[in-house]
Design a protein around this ligand. Structure first.
Ligand code: SF4
Length: 298
């Protein structure tokens, strides 16, 4: 247990992966340096900025007094990996000095951030205890990546996923079910399989598409011909096709436990593929209920 440092306030909104819920969060940046993905509303209201080291150090020092035994730190906001390597190394050094039990530092990284770092730079960050990055693949389809303005091609996405792993940094990646709508769902899933099979992350999870009102007009530009949202059965068909076609070169820990999902699944792929497909078949036959709509969220 810990108490927040006196009069400490995060710069809102503050997002973090569900698995970081019990960990210390330090805001190294505010907002997202890209902030252009057409479906994403997370940081639309926030202007991107790299926080001055002085301010980040002040937060670290304050937290080190109220929570000195913290073991895991998540560097917020949207893509702390956009920071220059020496800036990140300074933060990692300060964290290591402030928290003697520190075992892991993690951060969101957009693919473009990873492409701009060299493997030796990433290895330096790994030596500083940055051992996990969260990467939104969203879709592996070349056409859908372009439509949603992800900022990278399919080939670049594969390269971006491989780079941190070559430096010993684990990757936790997400796909957004429904991103191709009813018209392009097979292309969406097949492209996503191709990316994951070519560059398997350590962890893979799926979310379900939700478009917030503030980005609805921007999202509509991705599909000028019109977009029909997938219903629950469509989402299950996507999940089924995805799991059936994943043949990673090494095991992936797979989850669909994010609150946006109609169905929570968990297993290791490819080992648990048949069990997960059997579970999906049962749900489609009505033998297992889906999560109620009012319990789903972003
Ligand atoms: S999906 Fe990620 S990279 Fe894209 S705008 Fe949102 S936070 Fe930024």
């Amino acid at each position: 247990m810990y108490d927040e440092p006196d009069s400490f306030v995060y710069d809102a909104p503050l997002w973090r992966p569900p698995s970081e819920g019990d960990n210390l969060i330090i805001q190294a940046t505010l907002g997202c340096s890209w902030n252009r993905c057409r479906f994403c509303s997370m940081y639309r209201a926030k202007r991107f900025q790299a926080r001055p080291l002085f301010d980040v150090f002040a937060d670290i020092d304050a937290w080190s007094k109220s929570w000195p035994e913290a073991r895991r730190v998540f560097l917020a906001d949207g893509d702390a990996l956009t920071l220059p390597t020496d800036h990140l190394l300074a933060i990692l050094e300060r964290l290591a000095a402030a928290f003697p039990d520190l075992t892991r530092v993690s951060a969101y990284a957009q693919p473009g951030n990873l492409l701009r770092k060299t493997i030796p730079e990433l290895a330096l960050l790994r030596a500083g205890k940055l051992s996990l990055v969260y990467v939104g693949i969203e879709s592996g389809s070349p056409g859908i990546l372009k439509r949603i303005a992800k900022g990278v091609t399919q080939k670049q996405m594969i390269e971006a996923l491989a780079k941190p792993q070559a430096a010993g940094i684990k990757v936790s990646a997400t796909l957004v079910l429904g991103l191709g709508g009813k018209a392009f769902w097979q292309e969406h899933i097949d492209g996503s399989q191709a990316v994951v099979n070519a560059s398997p992350p350590e962890f893979l999870s799926t979310l379900q598409l939700g478009v917030a009102p503030e980005v609805a007009a921007d999202f509509a530009k991705a599909y000028p011909e019109g977009f029909e949202f997938q219903d629950d059965l469509g989402m299950l068909a996507e999940q089924e096709r995805l799991i059936a076609g994943l043949a990673p070169k090494r095991p992936i820990i797979f989850r669909s436990n994010h609150a946006s999902n109609a169905l929570a699944l968990a297993g290791n792929l490819p080992k648990d593929r048949d069990r997960l497909l059997a579970q999906l078949a049962q749900v489609k036959q009505g033998a297992q209920p889906l999560r109620a709509s009012f319990l789903r969220g972003l």
